[in-house]
Structure formats: C-alpha cells, structure tokens
Write a protein that binds this ligand. Sequence first.
Ligand code: ATP
Ligand code: MG
Length: 580
Amino acid sequence: MSFIMKLRWFFKERWKYYVLAIGLLIGVNLLATIPPKMIGNTIDHIRSGNLTVTTLNHTVLLLVGLAVLLYIMAYVWITTLFGNSALVEKVLRGRLLAHLTNMTPAFFQRNSTGQLMALATNDVLAIGQTSGYGVMTLVSTIVGASVVIIMMVSLISFKLMIAALIPLPFLAFVISKLGQKVRVRFLAAQASFGKMNDHALESISGIRVIRSYVQEDNDLTAFDQVTSEVMNKNKRVSILNALFQPLTSLIVGLSYSIGIGYGSYLVFHNEISLGQLVSFNIYLGMLIWPMISFGEFINVLQRGSASADRLDTALTQKADIVDVDKPVVVDLPKRIEMKDLSFTYPTANHPSLAHVSFELERGQTLGIVGRTGSGKSTLLKQLLRQFPIPPEKLLISDVPIEQIALHQVKSWVAYVPQEHLLLSKSIRDNIALGKHTASPDEIARAVEMASFTQDIEQMPEGLATIVGENGVMLSGGQKQRLAIARALLINSEILLLDDSLSAVDARTESRILQNIRKERADKTTLISTHRLSAVSHANWILVLDEGRIIEEGTHEQLMQFGGWYREQWDRQQMEASLDE
Ligand code: ATP
Ligand code: MG
C-alpha cells in the first residue's frame, strides 16, 4: 500500500496506459478460458458419438484464431505495461539527480557516493519492476484465479471446486509470512551493495596510491570481504525466493490429487461428465500461474517498497540551505562584510571560525593567510553558502546573505577550490563549464590571463585535448591554471582563489596575479594562500590561527607589526633567494 502511495503521482499520470494494459490482460485471461471448455465439449461429443467433421473443423479454426488474437493482445499489454516501468525508472533517476544537485555538502557527508549509486541503479530498477511486473502478477493472480473459479463453478461443480481449492489459503498465509522476511533481507542486501560500490569507487580512483604503497593484495582481500557479504545477503534473499517455487508445486499437486480423486467419484455417480472432469483439471492447471504469480507479486512488491522507502529517505532530505520567502534583491555586491562570525561544521565539535570580522569594498582584494588547518578555506566557503550560518553575520551590500536569493549569490561568485575538479571532457569544455556559449576569443583571453596558453599549444590536440578522468593527463600546475581560466572566463563580481597557485612557480604566480589585478580592477577578489607573495598586494590581509584572526592589516602594517606574518615573509624571501 505504501508503495502505491509513494508512486501515486506516477500512476495518476499514466493511468490510461495502466487501464489499457490491465484491460487487455483481463481480456487475455477471459479468452484463455474458452479453449478448455471447447476441448471438454469435443470429448463429450466423441463419447456420445455425434462428433462431425464440420464441428471439429470449426473447433480447430476457432482455437487457432483465438491463439492469434491472444498473441496480439499479449504483445500490446506487455509493451504498454513494461514501457511504464522503463519510464518510471527514467523519471526517478532524473528526480534523484535533480535532488542531488540541490543538496549541500552536509548531505554528501551523510550519504556516500556508493549508496547513492545503489539508489540510482538497483533501487530504481526494483521500483520499476514493481510498477510493471508487479502490476502484471497482481492482475494475473486476481483475474486468473477468479475467472478460473467462476468457470469451475458455473460450468462444472461447486463442490468439486471447493474441495480442490482447500489447500489455497494455506499457501496465501505462508507467502505473506515469507514476503515480510524478503523485505528485511532485501534491504540488508541493498545496503551492502552500496558499500561495495563505495569500495569499488575508492579502489579505482585510488589505484595509484594503493599501488605505490603495495596495498593491492590487502585491497583485494578487503574487497573480497565486501563482495562476499553482498553475495551472502543476496543468497539469503534467494533462499526465500527458492522457498516459493516448491511450495506452489506442492499445493498444486495437492489440488490435483483432490481434483482427480473426488472428480472421478463425481463422474462415477453421474454428477458430472467425463468431459467436465477433463475441463476441470485443465482449469486447475490454469491456476498454477496465478498462484506462482501471487508469490512473485508479494516478492516483487516487498522489494519494490523496500527500495521506494530507501529512495524516499534520500529524496525527502531537505537541503539545509534554502531561499527565504521574499529574497531581497541586490543588483551589485558593493561591499562584503563579516561581523563577528563564528562557524562550526555540522559534524565537528570545534569551531573552524571564531569571531571573524572584516569589510571589503567592491574592487578590493582580501588576502587570507595562516597555518594549515587555520580556517582559510572555511572562510572563503562562507560566500558559497554551503552551510547554514548564524543570521546577519555575513552581509553583502549591507543585506544579510541569507536574505539574498541563492542563485543570485551564486551568479556573483567564481570559486577556484583547493582540490580542483575536472570533468573527463576536453580542455575547452572544462574551461567553458560556467559559460558554455563562450566564443573562442573569450576562451583565449581567459587562458592567456591564467598563463596557460603555452601549455595548451603543446597539448596533442590543443584545446580539444581530452583531459581524462579528473584531469589525469595534466600536471598539478596545469590543473590549477585550467581551474583559474575557468573562473576568469565568467568575469564574476567576486573571485575566490583558495590556495590556487600553490603548484605554479613564483614567476608564473606573479604574472597571473598581475593579470588578475589588471583585469579585475573594479571587481572583488579573495585569495587564500601559503605563499605570502600572492597577497602582498592585497588591500587587507587576515592572518588566521585556529579560526581566529591573530593579525590583520596591509602588507606594510603587518611587516611593521613583526608577528607571524613578518616571520613567514622573511623565511619565504630567504628560501626564494636560496632557490635562485
Ligand atoms: P589548508 O591551509 O591546509 O588548506 P585551511 O586553513 O584551509 O587549511 P580549513 O580547510 O578551513 O583550513 O579547515 C579548518 C578546520 O576545519 C580544520 O580543523 C578542519 O579539520 C576543519 N574542517 C574542514 N572541513 C571540514 C568539514 N567538511 N567538516 C568538518 N570539519 C572540517
Ligand atoms: Mg584550505
């Protein structure tokens, strides 16, 4: 029942197709009852000696005609019904992806990639099966069984029907008990399938590290354990499935014995004819399929609703960042102001930012430096609105960021993350990620600003070179400059560079920074870095330590102050001169 509720929207939308398929399915079941009756009649004619060639011909022709008609009807209902299951799978996958794109990092910390992949594959498949094959088995059971029973009663004998069907309720009872177990075991199997996905993903993407630490065997052993678990859990499901089949044979066998035994008795006492007994046994045979169907239905339904539950759990998780009802419209981010902001990651127990305040006018540059783990990336990420923050702590043009529409904030910001993400597409498509329509000139400009032109000229196919999964065929510095070109292409109001020049040499770095300063003179830029030369030109510099600002000022002021910044600067200058 809960399955139907969860897919109500789909059944509502496609009800016409379901009516057509179910109607035809009922028709097929009804028509299929005619041949046994005709065969029974023919036998009675033979027995009484009044079978003529004409009636026999008629019968044979009718039987052939019926078979053809049934074939066509079956073709139509099968394609219609299973077309529905393919469609529901497609729609659900689309919904899932749309949902995932709306989710913030907190969601992905709770749900692993492998589990999400399991949802998109196995679970969606199970739901599709229930809405196609499941519907078919349900209709077959109800219609098949009731039609056969009606024929038995009206054409043959009520007494005989009751006697032969005595074992059936027992079957129904056992099947419903087994069904509940199937559900529990199937949920467990799906969960370990998700774990296996995770492991496979990590092994493949981490293959280089695994090899360099000679961990292949260990990894294989660990994977073997995971796959064994998947196998065992699936085995436990199939054991239950295997229990259904013999059970139906057993019950059908019992029914047959009663049918033949008690039926012969009735023929003997002239209550029914021999032909009726033959028809009755054919009808009994026709009950096998509805009974198997019923078992299958329970099975598929349990799996489908287990999967629908799993999918629902993922789909109903709300993003923790949503637009306010009436967003304030801000046309330009003229000022960015942080007011005593403290921030703790949802999964952490220590704040990663504590009492941070700064002001930044449009066109200015903010530098953020500090030891590793001091909160630089965390500070930059606040402008991406990935995590909820206390209200009125971060203002853009004096409007709290939480009151501005999400898409508006996102349209202002270009972000070059510390861990670059490249798609396995061409260099051109990777650069044009934020602006698919960019002209070759625009791309060339962005590439030039990121000091990436020469590298591209040396690539086998220039801009059309495919970079491989997450840019495997680029060097660290090339990946960084590609990511910078991508950000510069959209010429955004606010640019966030998170340690984005760490893998290029000092000279390239200063060339890129010069380009950025020139091109973005009236735009705002925030730069976090370990190399202080990257921010010495900034209008204001924050030095963070354990999420707090320990020093701040311009380069000159910080040099005069003589604290951490001064110390680092001197050391880095000395190292640089030694390198030369
Ligand atoms: P680095 O110079 O190494 O890039 P950083 O200054 O950018 O360091 P952050 O990445 O901002 O440092 O991390 C600050 C603190 O927040 C660290 O203690 C880190 O463990 C914690 N942290 C970062 N990301 C998360 C997260 N997603 N969940 C929980 N804690 C996090
Ligand atoms: Mg960082």
